[in-house]
Design a protein around this ligand. Sequence first.
Ligand SMILES: Cc1cc2nc3c(=O)[nH]c(=O)nc-3n(C[C@H](O)[C@H](O)[C@H](O)COP(=O)(O)OP(=O)(O)OC[C@H]3O[C@@H](n4cnc5c(N)ncnc54)[C@H](O)[C@@H]3O)c2cc1C
Length: 286
Amino acid sequence: MKARAFSYFRARTIDEALAAHAGAGDEARFIAGGQSLVPALALRLQAPTILIDINHVDELRGIRREGDRLRIGALTRHREMLTEPLIAEFAPLLRAAAPFVAHPAIRNRGTLGGSVALADPASEFPAMVLALDAEIEIAGPSGRRIVKADEFFIDLFETALAPGELLVAIRVPLFRSNQRIAFDELARRRGDYALVGCGMIATFDQHRIADIRIALFSVGNLPMRAISTEAALVGSRLDAERIAAAQTALGQDLAPAESDDVPAAMRMHLARVLLGRVLGRLGEAA
Ligand SMILES: Cc1cc2nc3c(=O)[nH]c(=O)nc-3n(C[C@H](O)[C@H](O)[C@H](O)COP(=O)(O)OP(=O)(O)OC[C@H]3O[C@@H](n4cnc5c(N)ncnc54)[C@H](O)[C@@H]3O)c2cc1C
């Protein structure tokens, strides 16, 4: 199958991109890396009449420190998560997740902004943005706004982005020396979307967990924080008993739906196994 005919507009600024979208309404789509949108066009799951290319908008590029946050431009490619020193130093959870995102060819083009805007519940970066307590910078016809990651993901492929709004950047708190991260996922083959995935960032006080944020993906309609599990860990040392308690608590956070390829009970089991594994790594890192 081939994509339906569409026209193309190359935007040079955020304002140009927003104006082009406003002019075309529901019929327009922004295109960044195209790694999700182009397959959707080819399969005619989407059939916009105009694509607004944002790849030449310089304001959407760049990674820089801004106060106590790292600001990562929407056009940052998945590959840059692996190569950029600022990511390794100040956002190591994104660095840890990046090798699990698809394959090198897709990582060369796919963007952080595209991944988070799309909000595929099986994707690594939306969940890690949630774990990191990120802020999402948005530009729209009525101005700029910032949305916390906790409020950004609403439902299946649904986010706080209104039609015609552009995700401009993601701002994550700078990683600190008393923090540790851990990430892993279970997939049938390396590079496939995960059956279940988990990433976390913890702040330690001596050897006790002072604060922890855990996010899972491929477990429901949207990336999910494991709030009860986090509560079961705060104030404790990360020993085998506490990890087992956290695995039990995960039952309060997740209720995977039945699906033909992965029964709900199996996904829950995999999530508990993975949680134990990732917490074990976090303990080793601490
Ligand atoms: C074979 C294959 C395997 C893959 N495996 C994985 C995987 O394992 N894990 C994973 O996470 N992803 C995977 N992907 C998806 C890939 O990571 C995509 O790059 C990513 O999901 C979307 O980023 P993009 O820049 O390509 O967005 P695009 O495809 O250009 O756009 C996706 C959607 O987001 C919108 N959009 C893009 N940028 C913005 C913006 N700045 N503001 C507002 N809206 C925007 C577009 O309008 C579109 O609706 C895979 C893709 C393929 C083809």
